[in-house]
Design a protein around this ligand. Structure first.
Ligand code: MSP
Length: 516
């Protein structure tokens, strides 16, 4: 048997100056869905998440909380781990940038860049935003009343003048532009690729990559007055977890370059411009793709701490259910676009797509098998045209879904799956198996068997999105654990007839508001 293909996917590592919110939950969920999909599709997957613990912003937050930076990081990082467990993420590694393995990787990358002549010492005089941990040119700032200058993101900026190491970013314009065209698509969605290209075409200035005014970070090798710029430190995490600097290790050989760095649109430039340039500078291949997703608003309003409308993932899952929230986030908005989190929309998805369409189909058909077929999966008779039509739509589902997943079009993948669910409901209603009990029990058996086979395949293919609920659906059919991979989808595999079943329990409850 040939070795499995590798697939390496990463989330951004999250700043520990904030508690987890919907934005963090969303990026990691998208990666989890991708990781689970690829595992079921036969890949050897590495899925990485973690926390970004260095930098001035964290140092300041720790001081404000009256803690040492490390105590503060330990505490908040733990909250991100809890979120990961709570959301049922299947990450293989959780990295913290305060770990020794990471310091080693950062310093090794730095030395390589220095050795290759891409880092030099000079003086930085310019604007810096601690909130964004980013440098801004004068021309990028916005003037607000009272003559205060703000970063384009609205964050405050301060004037900084200090000795600093610089990375020769300006030398990488052509290489970056070639890279964006080398593999398609290196940056998704397409509009984001254009945005990145025009930024690079506009000319790149060398990047200040060290600071001397604070201490909380990785020291520059050979000059520990300087702390590495937090983004060079943070981005390196993706290689640390793959085993860097041991590039001969089997993990590095297998998983680098990463397949997808999933990020929010606000941190695209760091991932699609600076990061590939650092890697090129070190003679290392950049990740194959950066996907920048959109932002959620809350009932139409921008989410912000000052408005007090931050969405707490722990709380919404308690209210709506884990798989329901996972389904909603992946189904509601084309991945890449901004979306609005509103209660009515999530209730509609729960009651319509999950409870009515999929839940009822499973509950009605499996209850009929339990009652009318002595609880045993019937043996199908000859198929009619109607049976063949629905089965062929079902059997052709995986390649279509895979095409959508290949470009992270989660909503389209789900739409495609739900088209079959909807057709299956039409089939069930049309065939009226309940009316066949007396007139044609064999035909009833065929219709119920066919519907159960649909539930089997839909259960298997929705596991990445709704791991618990999909497993419960397949449990109802007594499909063994070893037969739940995507290699068991399609016409070559069918449910075993004669299997003894139990009384089915509903998997997708309706959402009923407390005051109803
Ligand atoms: N530490 C950096 C990333 C370093 S990666 C090498 C960072 N951390 S963060 O904690 O601020 O990341 C937040 C993530 O959540 C980003 O991907 C951001 O786009 C995302 N979101 C923050 N608010 C969001 C919404 N309202 N909606 C969707 N995602 C948003 O940046």
């Amino acid at each position: 048997m040939s070795a499995k293909d590798a697939f390496y996917i990463t989330t951004p590592i999250y700043y520990v100056n904030d508690v987890p919110h919907i934005g963090h939950a969303y990026t990691t969920l998208a990666c989890d869905v991708m990781a689970r999909f690829k595992r079921l599709d036969g890949y050897d997957v590495m899925f990485l998440t973690g926390t970004d613990e260095h930098g001035q912003k964290v140092e300041k937050s720790a001081a404000a909380a009256g803690k040492t930076p490390l105590e503060f990081c330990d505490q908040v990082s733990q909250r991100f781990r809890e979120l990961a467990d709570f959301m049922n993420y299947s990450h293989d590694d959780f990295i913290r940038t305060t770990e020794e393995r990471h310091k080693i990787a950062c310093q090794a990358l730095w030395k390589k860049l220095e050795e290759n002549g891409h880092i030099y010492l000079d003086k930085y005089a310019g604007w810096y935003s601690v909130r964004d941990e980013a440098f801004y040119g004068e021309n990028e700032l916005i003037e607000v009343e009272g003559s205060e200058k703000l970063a384009p993101t609205g964050a405050p900026v301060e004037w900084v003048e200090e000795e600093s190491y610089f990375f020769r970013l300006s030398a990488f314009e052509d290489k970056l532009l070639d890279f964006y065209e080398s593999l398609d698509p290196t940056v998704l969605p397409k509009s984001r690729k254009n945005e990145v290209k025009s930024f690079v075409e506009g000319g790149l200035r060398d990047l200040s990559v060290s600071r001397t005014s604070f201490k909380w970070g990785v020291p520059v090798p050979g000059n520990d007055k300087h702390i590495m710029y937090v983004w060079i430190d943070a981005l390196t995490n993706y290689m640390t977890a793959a085993g860097y600097p041991d590039m001969e290790s089997s993990t590095f050989q297998k998983f680098w370059p990463a397949d997808i760095h999933m990020v929010g649109k606000d941190i695209l430039r760091f991932h699609a411009v600076y990061w590939p340039a650092f890697l090129m500078g070190a003679g290392i291949e950049p990740a194959k793709r950066v996907f920048a997703h959109g932002w959620w608003t809350n009932e139409g309003q921008k989410i912000s701490k000052s408005l007090g409308n931050v969405i707490d993932p722990f709380q919404i899952v308690d209210e709506f259910g884990l798989d329901q929230v996972r389904y909603f986030l992946m189904r509601e908005v084309p991945f890449g676009n901004d979306g609005d989190f509103n209660k009515q929309a999530i209730i509609n998805r729960i009651n319509s797509d999950l409870a009515n369409d999929l839940g009822n189909l499973a509950q009605r058909s499996l209850s009929m098998i339990f009652k009318n077929c002595d609880g045993v999966m019937p043996t199908p008779g000859d198929n009619t045209e109607a049976d063949n039509a629905i089965l062929s739509a079902l059997d052709g589902l995986l390649p279509k879904v895979r095409d959508h997943m290949d470009v992270q079009a989660f909503n389209k993948a789900l739409e495609t799956i739900w088209k079959v669910v909807s057709d299956a409901n039409g089939y069930f209603a049309c065939e009226e198996p309940w009316a066949l009990k007396k007139t044609d029990p064999e035909r009833m058996g065929t219709v119920l068997y066919t519907t159960a086979e649909i539930i089997r395949q839909i259960g298997i293919i929705t596991q990445p999105i709704m791991p618990d609920s999909a497993s419960k659906l397949i449990d109802l059919l007594k499909v063994p654990a070893s037969e739940r991979g995507f290699d068991k989808l399609g016409a070559d595999h069918r449910l075993a007839s004669g299997t003894k079943m139990e009384k089915p329990e509903g998997v997708f409850p309706r959402y009923v508001a407390e005051n109803e």
